[in-house]
Design a protein around this ligand. Structure first.
Ligand code: KIV
Length: 276
């Protein structure tokens, strides 16, 4: 049985911290799901960590759907949230409804994540009215990279802190089931998490959020082009992979791989008949 949004909300009520991780492919999603992570995000970070773009801005709906489908095949229990890519929900609400429906219907996600605060509240309401759970993303919103002028913490001035505090409440009223806060000062996230009744999932937003999300390639030490301050490496898979590839290349060159253990045999008489 797949985790429901009510179960995610109940975790906050029980003060049980909510772990969330990104995944972009079948095998990673399957492993994360088997561990019991309740929320999986198919983040548009896939543009950077899987596709090698230098931001999330080039990511398309078709790319999101391709990866969401793979994750949905791998994760059978976690609630899957898919990012709505850049400019797929701003032109008008019918566009947003159409694209969110594609992520649910074609991709197999159970919820969507657009970026924004009050500006997307009406759209959130319409999506929720149509039965689509929404987890908006505030703070450092990477799709607004050019507007923000870089990947940096948000909500540090009285005006921006006040706006984020108000916007979280507006999004809750609009029907969001949870909110992601990225790179937000810890005391502000704490205040927001204490004020709204829906779970606040932080990334670089301090320990007092109701849950935490990490980019899986960051926490596995697999993507090392940029290592954000908020990312903790629980493994160093890039180094592990380099060691394994180096060992493989050495063995192929020295002809110590493959041995007969990795080879197939055949009936000698068939071989003899060929030679004869
Ligand atoms: O795209 C993503 O992975 C995200 C997380 C950083 C929250 O939005």
């Amino acid at each position: 049985m797949r985790i429901t949004i009510d179960e995610i909300k109940a975790m906050k009520q029980r003060k049980e911290k909510i772990p969330m991780l990104t995944a972009y492919d079948y095998i990673t999603a399957k492993i994360i799901d088997e561990v019991g992570v309740p929320l999986i995000l198919v983040g548009d970070s896939l543009g950077m960590v899987m596709l090698g773009y230098d931001s999330t801005i080039p990511v398309t709906m078709d790319e999101m759907i391709h990866h969401t489908k793979a994750v949905a095949r791998g994760a059978k229990k976690a609630l899957i949230v898919a990012d709505m890519p850049f400019m797929t929900y701003h032109i008008d609400i019918s566009d947003a409804l159409y694209n969110a429906a594609r992520l649910i219907q074609e991709g197999g996600a159970q919820a969507v994540k657009p970026e924004g605060g009050e500006a997307i509240a009406e759209m959130v309401r319409r999506l929720v009215d149509c039965g689509i759970p929404v987890m908006p993303h505030m703070g450092l919103t990477p799709q607004s990279l050019y507007q923000l002028g870089g990947f940096k913490a948000q909500g540090k001035t009285p005006e921006t802190a006040q706006k984020m505090f108000k916007d979280a409440q507006i999004l809750e009223q609009a029907g969001a089931f949870s909110i992601v806060l990225e790179c937000v000062p810890a005391p502000l996230s704490k205040l927001i998490a204490e004020t709204v009744s829906i779970p606040i999932i932080g990334i670089g937003a301090g320990p007092d959020c109701d849950g935490q999300v990490q980019v899986v390639s960051d926490m596995l030490g697999l993507y090392t082009d940029i290592v954000p301050k908020h990312a903790k490496q629980y493994a160093r898979l890039a180094e592990e992979i380099k060691n394994a590839v180096t060992a493989y290349v050495t063995e192929v060159k020295s002809n110590t791989f493959p041995t007969m253990k990795h080879s197939y045999t055949m009936d000698e008489s068939i071989l003899e008949s060929l030679e004869g």
